[in-house]
Design a protein around this ligand. Structure first.
Ligand code: G3H
Length: 250
């Protein structure tokens, strides 16, 4: 059975105090009632204090980005080793905001994937089309190409450390969600692409998350689809009650 995951991407929100406040609220929730693994991705500055405050909790920590180099003259960047040293278990790679705002190419993302795996970090690898590509019905091809160029250089055994997050860019932070049927259709496609590249077993074991305006009122319906194994949550993850309700959808 695949791991069901609900991950909260806090993006560039929350000062240290705000992060710890949100964390304390989350710690009061009884996530043991849910079947989902819970991950939070706070901003870099808050990773270590959050790690320190998470002792004895099942909540896992992710970073929102990673640099592909080991160390050196890369002002403003954070290496895999640094992330590992502050208790990070997952890294988000290829988020559409990194692709669009910071011009991160598929080739760069492929290097980040290699660097993360080298340091035993698990990956949430994001793919997804923009509105024009969806309207032109190119979303299946776009997602396949993103996987081929950014991820498929790794081996089947390395894929065990990868979760895929499908996030249609037109649904991120817009309040517009892919319908459960639209999500299922493309998640099924992603699984088929994984099976063609690797094998059916590996494809069946890979968790594929949906992201894009997931809220307490739509999570259950989306997560009920057979190829949707959870969610990567933005806005709603900044409110402990909303995030907990989404987690409890499993
Ligand atoms: O990483 C999370 C996604 O970008 C979704 O964000 P959102 O839930 O605010 O639409």
């Amino acid at each position: 059975m695949r791991t069901q995951i609900v991950a909260g991407n806090w993006k560039m929100n929350c000062s240290l105090d705000e992060s710890l406040h949100l964390l304390n609220e989350l710690k009061l929730k009884d996530f043991s009632k849910s079947n989902a693994e819970v991950i939070i991705a706070p901003p870099y500055t808050n990773l270590y204090p959050i790690h320190q405050n998470l002792k004895n909790s099942s909540i896992k920590i992710s970073s929102q980005n990673i640099n592909e180099n080991e160390s050196g003259a890369f002002t403003g960047e954070i290496s895999p080793k640094m992330l590992k040293s502050v208790g990070v278990e997952y890294v988000i790679i290829g988020h559409s905001e990194r692709r669009a705002i910071y011009n991160e190419s598929d080739a760069l993302l492929a290097k980040k994937v290699t660097a993360a795996l080298k340091h035993d970090l698990k990956i949430m690898f994001c793919v997804g089309e923009v509105l024009e590509q969806r309207k032109a019905e190119k979303h299946f091809d776009v997602v396949k190409e993103q996987l081929e160029k950014g991820l498929f250089h790794i081996s089947a055994s390395e894929m065990k450390n990868v979760v895929i997050a499908y996030e249609p860019v037109w649904a991120i932070g817009t309040g517009e969600t892919a319908s459960p049927e639209q999500a299922q259709e493309i998640h099924e496609h992603i699984r088929k692409v994984l099976a063609e590249k690797y094998n059916q077993d590996m494809a069946n074991q890979t968790s594929i998350l949906y992201g894009g305006s997931v809220k307490p009122n739509n999570a259950k319906e989306i997560f009920a689809k057979k190829d949707v194994d959870g969610g990567l949550i933005g806005g709603a993850s900044l409110d402990a009650d909303s995030f907990a309700e989404i987690v409890m959808s499993f």
